[in-house]
Design a protein around this ligand. Sequence first.
Ligand code: ATP
Length: 305
Amino acid sequence: MKRDLRLDDVSRRYGLRGPWVLRNVHLGLAPGSLTRIDGPNGSGKSTLLRLLAGIDAPTEGSITGRPRTAYVPERFPAALPFTAFGYLTHLGTVHGLPRVSAERAAEEWLDRFGAVAHARTPMTRLSKGSSQKVAVAQALLAEPELLILDEAWTGLDADARAELERAVAERRAAGAAVVFVDHDPRRLAGAADTAYTVRDGGLHRRAGEEPAVVPDGPHMIIEVHGAAAPLPAEVLRLAVVAEETAERLHVLTVPASHSDVLLRALLTARPPWHVVSVRHDGSGDASQNEGRDDSQEHSQDESCR
Ligand SMILES: Nc1ncnc2c1ncn2[C@@H]1O[C@H](COP(=O)(O)OP(=O)(O)OP(=O)(O)O)[C@@H](O)[C@H]1O
């Protein structure tokens, strides 16, 4: 994504005299950003996402700078006359991939989401969970510059949910913008740059979501060892200091309030980073939490290796 996607004075209503669902909305999405959208049922979240995805048009106003976009709808049409593999390959070719590359990408994403066993299953016979894996895979396979996720985690098993979080981090690291709606407030908690609430037709920026890093308060020192790959962009964004003290050994200083998110970014990276130690930055009171954080994260670490 090279420049911002902009919504200027965008309004949407259904039908000539229907009530305004969105009214005079302004929004800018920067490359690499992660934006959460929430709001009450029926407030217009999906409407906004469909406008962002370009599958619906504003009644008034303009949308400019649309990049290559992929979208996971709230309700994926599973009754398609394809097998899972056939559908993903077909979509890959629609996105401009040569057939062999489309087949490879289809296989890779089915594998990442643990759905290879269902590759040859007709879409109509897939379980809800497997169908959702295909819904997510079809969006990721296109390596979009803008990824729009409408309740995309719903119906996925725990491994697939983690894989989708990883894929979101990868897309952002590649410079894509990601926008998501999710009923679980813990989804990507702390990772979003900005959160908005859709209410009464307007888009209201939620206070307290930025900045991502708070300089005050206790800090954690996290020592990590990793592959030749650079530290994930998300980690660099959250850490206030990142030093490479020996070959592939990095010491990160992060506000304690963001250490969980940073650890998750390390452990869900591909390949995952090995967390060597986690300690508080010289503050006595904070050490109470150390055992809990350590054991929790190390057990995750084991499962990732
Ligand atoms: N295609 C459509 N035709 C007519 N009305 C629609 C259409 N799509 C949405 N609406 C109406 O627009 C309003 C906003 O719907 P939307 O699905 O965008 O809200 P939402 O916040 O995503 O809801 P939910 O949280 O229940 O998914 C609702 O009143 C809905 O009935």
